[in-house]
Ligand binder design. Structure first.
Ligand SMILES: O=C(CO)COP(=O)(O)O
Length: 139
């Protein structure tokens, strides 16, 4: 599965701890991330990550484009709900696209935990079936 990992600055430490705790699961999947988040994951958790631009420079939109092409299976996005972001419209757009294409997206650690354990226990198999069938292209 292709998994996007994103964290706003005040949530980056939480995401690193989360990815470290579930490294055995994450290492079996293909990881993508916004720029700084991806750099930290590769440095601190030693997992390979495809890095996009930093969020404020378009990284959320790059991940959104993958969702629109049915190329992203899950998004874990530790948002900071207490700090205004200059690229708030991009954040909203990413979450919207996940809803358009029914891609599982967690915006906090509690939900992320459920998603990642669901992934481990095979509850994401429907994504494989969808890929085999050519996916939903939203038309
Ligand atoms: O701002 C972000 C998501 O909206 C995250 O970007 P960085 O991972 O580059 O800090």
């Amino acid at each position: 599965m292709k998994i996007a990992l994103i964290a706003h600055d005040k949530k980056k430490e939480d995401l690193i701890r989360f990815v470290t705790a579930y490294k055995d699961i994450f290492e079996r999947h293909e990881l993508f991330a916004t720029g700084t988040t991806g750099m930290l994951i590769s440095q601190e958790v030693s997992l390979p990550v495809h890095r996009f631009k930093s969020g404020p420079l378009g990284g959320d939109q790059e991940i959104g484009a993958m969702i629109a092409r049915n190329e992203m299976d899950m998004v874990i996005f530790f948002r900071d709900p207490l700090t205004p972001q200059p690229h708030e419209p991009d954040v909203t757009a990413l979450i919207r696209l996940a809803d358009v294409y029914a891609v599982p997206l967690a915006t906090n650690m509690g939900t992320a935990e459920v998603l990642i354990l669901g992934l481990k226990n095979g509850y994401m198999a429907w994504r494989d079936i969808e890929h085999e069938q050519g996916g939903t292209d939203g038309e």
